[in-house]
Design a protein around this ligand. Structure first.
Ligand code: OGA
Ligand code: NI
Length: 358
């Protein structure tokens, strides 16, 4: 297939939502077993649990506080693959401005947004589909995807021109999140018992790659039949999510349950991606998550991806491989891995688990 084109014309979900239809098109209707209410174990013992909220202020405290903070993050990575951070050093004013400029973008006239329509080769720009499988059942979401780091990957001319403050705000946000990501890489390295610079080095040092997907989940007339985003683990390194704190929707898989995430005020939601699962030889697994659609309000979330440089081979850290813990994954370049994921679309943890067979 020609990877520079989508298999079918792309219909922005926002235009469907705004057309006032009362039933969603068949393309969005999930089979009964994939619908939000389908899981019979929804009221299992995991219900009511919450992902840990961790105060990063502890990292600049005395050595006891630092250790406790690293331990709390390490425990969260093992148990949940997810945690929230507060006191993270990123200006809340900047986070607020970032949400605002993107909400403004999504409320520009459709013609203006369509000028940024993306293709499956790079995904950069305005889009709705993930994956190029023809006749796939689609998710109830639109997004804008772009690269933030390094400068050589950043195509400013693909970023929206309006609102006028968007480019400057997104660049500032990118710089702050690259910093926060660097801090978390150290914490995770120490938590794994590795050199504090291990993960950063494995990701290519200052040449690591950062990108963002700004997700819009328009109002959906039949949220019980579809999903905002299908279950998936994130293919890259770390994801740092700025979620809508008014409109819920994100759920994290825990044992047999889907646990809703309620963002703490001013928090980022952090999760481990497939590359850290591979490097950690599954000590820190990437965990499936999904987004529920809703009929009352649209939802905006900003996912920042802290990823390895594309042409670096990524495999289990030799320090974590022992006779009792043989390597679970082969070594493969992130760019090649991402290509598989992009062609397949979102299918739970199939992509990373299929590596085992390589
Ligand atoms: C993602 C993602 C969650 C959300 O973009 O990978 O999981 O709340 N987003 O939008
Ligand atoms: Ni995700």
């Amino acid at each position: 297939m020609d990877s520079s084109e989508w298999p079918e014309p792309v219909v922005p979900v926002q235009s469907l939502s705004e057309s006032g239809l009362t039933e969603i098109p068949a393309r969005y209707v999930k089979p009964p077993s994939d619908r939000p209410g389908a899981v019979s174990f929804l009221d299992g013992p995991e219900q009511g649990l919450k992902i840990p909220v961790i105060d990063l202020g502890g990292l600049v405290g005395d050595s006891g506080e630092r250790q406790a903070t690293v331990q709390a993050i390490s425990d969260a990575c093992k148990e949940w693959g997810f945690f929230q951070v507060v006191n993270h050093g990123v200006s809340l004013d900047l986070a607020g401005r970032m949400k605002k400029v993107w909400m403004e973008f999504f409320h520009l006239p459709m013609e203006e947004k369509k000028a940024y329509a993306n293709n499956p080769k790079t995904y950069e720009g305005y889009g709705s589909r993930l994956g190029v499988e023809k006749d796939a059942i689609l998710d109830w979401t639109d997004y804008f995807f772009f690269y933030l780091h390094p400068d050589s990957q950043k195509n400013l001319d693909k970023w929206p021109l309006r609102p006028e403050t968007l480019r400057g705000t997104a660049e500032e946000y990118g710089r702050e999140l690259v910093k926060l990501g660097g801090v978390l890489m150290k914490v995770l390295s120490i938590g794994l018992g590795l050199d504090e610079g291990y993960l950063q080095k494995a990701f290519g040092g200052g040449d690591m790659e950062a990108s963002m997907r700004v997700c819009l989940y328009p109002k959906c007339p039949q949220p019980e039949l579809t999903l905002g985003l299908s279950p998936h683990s994130d293919p890259g390194g770390l994801t740092i999510l700025l979620a809508d704190d008014r409109v819920k929707g994100l759920q994290v898989r825990k044992g047999g349950a889907w646990v809703p995430v309620q963002p703490a005020p001013g928090a980022f939601i952090v999760n481990v991606g497939d590359q850290i699962q591979v490097i950690s030889n599954s000590v820190y697994p990437s965990v499936e998550h999904r987004v529920i659609a809703n009929s009352a309000e649209e939802r905006l979330s900003l996912a920042f991806f802290y990823n390895p440089k594309g042409d670096l081979p990524i495999g289990p850290a030799p320090e974590l491989v022992t006779p009792h813990h043989p390597p679970l994954y082969p070594t493969i370049k992130y760019r090649e891995y991402r290509l598989h994921v992009r062609n397949w679309g979102l299918h739970g943890k199939l992509a990373v688990e299929s590596l085992k067979a390589v």
